[in-house]
Design a protein around this ligand. Structure first.
Ligand SMILES: Nc1ncnc2c1ncn2[C@@H]1O[C@H](COP(=O)(O)OP(=O)(O)OP(=O)(O)O)[C@@H](O)[C@H]1O
Ligand SMILES: [Mg+2]
Length: 317
């Protein structure tokens, strides 16, 4: 559904996208992660036909961005990171305006607007001024706006930025609803845990280069981040950490520092297994054999944050 082949974009001397290639199938939700200035918005602008690539080929649903920008604009909904809203309109008028801009037939507009308002949970705000909406509602209106022409592809540039925890959860369920409707979605965010839950695949970009694209499981494997276990002991956390550190199957064993005033005996030992090592039995066995008393033993899943930190090197243009 989306294809980028060796796409490069320059802003003057700055290479914002560097020979970037990416293929996304229909119905995929692709989480796009990268530090500020990495090239996420630039990628979306190329696909939305708002920016011409200096080299390479990009296409949406088989249509080349060079040859068919008009056709592509009809099947793509782009929600930019900074959404301009027209303050002196009501929510309904605002959406009417975009229906007109996208050439939606007049008789269809009313029911269509009701549909997107329902989907974005804004029905009650239909006759309120856009300027009077909270930030979260304005973000949802931004999504409503890109849905009026029923696009197959959605490019959502940080749709959850600036939202409170409840609004983030609502935004996430909205995106999952859109996925169920069969949309192909690229969504950028800095909140990695959020992407982890709702994306079928992720991409990590830095300084214009796509460092990784694939499923989160593949990212975890590729990053070399090992499985982790948190162990709470009745006593001797420091000694337990040093015993475990000596095992070749353990990449690291450290006593978690949970702040001042904590009794040594109550601190946790955080163990990271060497890459590719599985099973926690040997750790448990070793500790029990050595006479440690274990109060809790909790395997922890690898977080996308860890993967991201390993894959990127923190270099920003
Ligand atoms: N119109 C422009 N003119 C010149 N340079 C630009 C322009 N737009 C973006 N850039 C530069 O291109 C690079 C990529 O920018 P882009 O906006 O794509 O990054 P991003 O990944 O979306 O970052 P953020 O997370 O901050 O939104 C940055 O170094 C940025 O400064
Ligand atoms: Mg951006």
């Amino acid at each position: 559904m989306i294809s980028l082949q060796n796409v490069s974009v320059r802003y003057g001397d700055l290479l914002a996208l560097d020979n970037l290639s990416l293929e996304l199938e229909r119905g995929q939700v692709f989480g796009y992660i990268g530090p500020n200035g990495a090239g996420k918005s630039t990628t979306m602008k190329v696909l939305a036909c708002l920016l011409r690539a200096d080299a390479g080929e990009a296409s949406v649903d088989g249509l080349s961005v060079r040859k068919h920008p008009e056709k592509i604009r009809k099947i793509v909904g782009f929600m930019p990171d900074f959404l301009g809203v027209y303050d002196d309109l009501t929510v309904h008028e605002y959406l009417q305006f975009f229906c007109a801009a996208f050439g939606v037939a007049r008789p269809k507009r009313s029911s269509l607007i009701d549909g997107v308002l329902e989907l974005t949970d804004l029905t009650e705000k239909k006759h309120e001024m856009v300027s009077g909406l909270s930030r979260g509602m304005q973000q949802r209106l931004g999504v409503a706006r890109v849905l009026v022409h029923d696009p197959k592809v959605l490019l959502l540039d940080e749709p959850a930025s600036g939202l409170d925890p409840r609004a983030r959860i609502e935004m996430r369920s909205l995106l999952m609803e859109l996925q169920r409707m069969g949309k192909t979605i690229i969504v950028s965010s800095h909140i990695l845990s959020e992407l982890h839950e709702m994306c079928s695949s992720i991409g990590i970009i830095e300084r214009g280069k796509l460092l990784f694209a694939g499923t989160t499981e593949q990212a975890i494997a590729e990053s070399g981040a090992g499985e982790r276990i948190a162990i709470r002991l009745e006593a001797d956390a420091v000694r337990a950490a040093s015993v475990l550190s000596e095992d070749e199957r353990v990449a690291s064993a450290t006593v978690e520092d949970e702040g001042e005033g904590e009794v040594e005996s109550e601190r946790e030992v955080l163990v990271e297994l060497a890459p590719g090592k599985h099973g926690h039995h040997f750790i448990l066995e070793r500790l029990v054999n050595d006479g440690f008393r274990i109060n809790a033993f909790t395997p922890r899943s690898v977080k996308l944050e860890d993967v991201f930190l390993r894959i990127t090197k923190g270099q920003v243009q």
